[in-house]
Design a protein around this ligand. Structure first.
Ligand code: ZN
Length: 489
């Protein structure tokens, strides 16, 4: 019996898939619902009880009889034990929900119902043409599309939807800066909040200000107002929430104008920039009200260190914040936008099994027979090195790191990168923008990043679209008309 049991354990893996297929066939007509879920769980419990009773019964029969009957009983005991182990293993390793999904996902009906549900939702989408009384802009720093995909899989599997992925309107933003193909947070946040593209490393100023040029930044014509400033002008409250320092490059363009993102405090200012005000001082002295823009800044920080799991976990944390905002507000008057300032070079490599951990191993390289992880980076710091230097047969060789010997599920695990740099770099790909509420449909296509400012200003009727502005324009038009009339008569 002991040998038999060991044999059973060895072939459990093989049986797992067979057993899933068997279950799938049994339930192929079922649809995904809580009732079906309950029935399947009940059936599973009943099956386990039945099998236990069967084993006792067959074992009793095996002790009594001999010959053919004995062989038949052994066959049945092996089969039943295998079945139970495989079932329990699958259930505990992959969670009940996943087992159900596995049972159903191969079924055409499941896929069809998934798509039909989406079509139904799409047909319900109406343009909301109200004026946005409130605007909440979530910026996941460095939250590129691959980070969002990884967060989705981590949170609930491949077909899961994050809170903001259920928003009815989605677009893409081109994140390049005035001078670079790949931006940093300072110039990209300036684009988002102030509606112009700036040079890398500069904030709250236009592209006439080169990076670190204090003198150029003193020219007030180069200063650009942010949505926060326009909101305050329109008599609204405005504020920011960040998981980073308030003087960090992403929130700073809301209130400051600086030729360098690193001039956060006086100590960081070079001697030739003494006549410029540091960012912290600008916040304290020049800002009338420090009373919402929300930033999840640690996604970027984790990516720079090459820690994909921490970055993904931070994305999930931001999703929770988005859900809270959704629950607390109404589509009637609140425009909620979720986007990012730039991507990172995170990639999702082929071809891990569906349902496996996104932080696990995707496969083995046919060239060096060494495993590789599902997530890796394009360009990374020292922690993302690919190769170990080893002496093999008295020769020094570089050998690729074997991820199966490391804890790839750790928050501190640093995925490998293709190019060694001082730290993991930003990516130049487009970021997604998700929107719900008044005028959310303005995000519908491939947009420039600084278009976000225009769309928000239009939706909230602030800044260039404020009613005050319209009155001014109207007065000019009226005056012109009057002058024309006077001339005519
Ligand atoms: Zn960054």
């Amino acid at each position: 019996m002991v040998t038999l049991f060991l044999a059973v354990l060895l072939i459990t893996h093989v049986v797992e898939m067979k057993e899933l297929e068997q279950l799938r066939r049994d339930d192929s007509d079922a649809a995904m619902s809580s009732v079906v879920f309950t029935i399947i769980i009940l059936l599973a419990v009943l099956l386990i009880i039945k099998f236990l009773v069967d084993i006792v019964f067959i074992y009793a029969a095996y002790k009594e009889k001999c010959g053919m009957m004995k062989k038949y009983c052994i066959f049945w005991i092996v089969f039943l034990v295998l079945f139970i182990i495989a079932f329990l293993k699958t259930l505990f390793q992959l969670s009940a929900g996943y087992v159900i999904a596995q049972i159903l996902f191969l079924d055409q009906k499941y896929w069809k119902s998934l798509a039909e549900k989406e079509l139904e939702e799409a047909l319900q989408v109406r343009f909301n043409l109200r004026t946005a009384k409130n605007v909440i802009l979530f910026v996941g720093d460095g939250m590129g599309p691959n980070t969002v995909t990884a967060a989705r899989i981590y949170r609930g599997g491949e077909s899961h939807k994050l809170a903001f992925e259920a928003f009815p309107h989605v677009g893409l933003l081109k994140t390049y800066s005035a001078d670079k193909m790949v931006p940093d947070s300072a110039c990209s946040a300036t684009a988002l909040f102030s509606g112009i593209k700036a040079n890398l490393g500069t904030l709250g100023v236009d592209a006439t200000v080169p990076q670190s040029d204090c003198e150029a930044s003193l020219n007030k014509d180069a200063w650009v107002d942010s949505l926060a400033a326009y909101a305050l002008k329109a008599g609204k409250s405005s504020g920011l929430v960040t998981t980073m320092r308030v003087t960090h490059a992403t929130p700073a363009p809301l209130y400051a104008h600086s030729a360098s993102r690193s001039w956060e405090c006086e100590a960081n200012m070079p001697a030739n920039a003494k006549q410029c005000k540091d960012i912290a001082r600008q916040l304290v002295e020049d800002w009338p009200g420090r009373d919402l823009h929300v930033e999840g800044g640690k996604i970027d920080m984790a990516h720079h260190r090459g820690r994909a799991k921490t970055a993904v976990d931070e994305t999930v944390a931001m999703e929770r914040a988005v859900q809270v905002a959704v629950d607390m507000t109404s589509d009637e008057d609140t425009l909620i936008i979720v986007t990012s300032d730039h991507t990172h070079t995170l990639t999702i490599n082929g071809y891990p099994e569906r349902g496996s951990s996104v932080f696990g191993i995707a496969g083995v390289s046919p060239f060096d027979r060494i495993n590789y992880t599902t997530l890796s980076y394009g360009a990374g710091g020292p922690g993302s090195f690919q190769y170990d230097i080893k002496t093999i047969d008295n020769k020094t060789r570089s050998v690729r790191r074997e991820p199966s010997k490391e804890d790839t599920e750790s928050y501190h695990y640093e995925q490998i990168a293709a190019i060694p740099l001082d730290e993991n770099s930003h990516g130049g790909g487009d970021v997604a923008v998700y929107a719900k509420g008044p005028h959310a449909h303005l995000f519908h296509s491939v947009h420039e990043q600084h278009y976000v400012f225009q769309a928000i200003a239009y939706a909230a009727k602030i800044g260039p679209y404020s009613s005050g502005y319209t009155i001014e324009v109207n007065i000019i038009l009226l005056t012109t008309a009057v002058l024309l009339l006077i001339k005519l008569f």
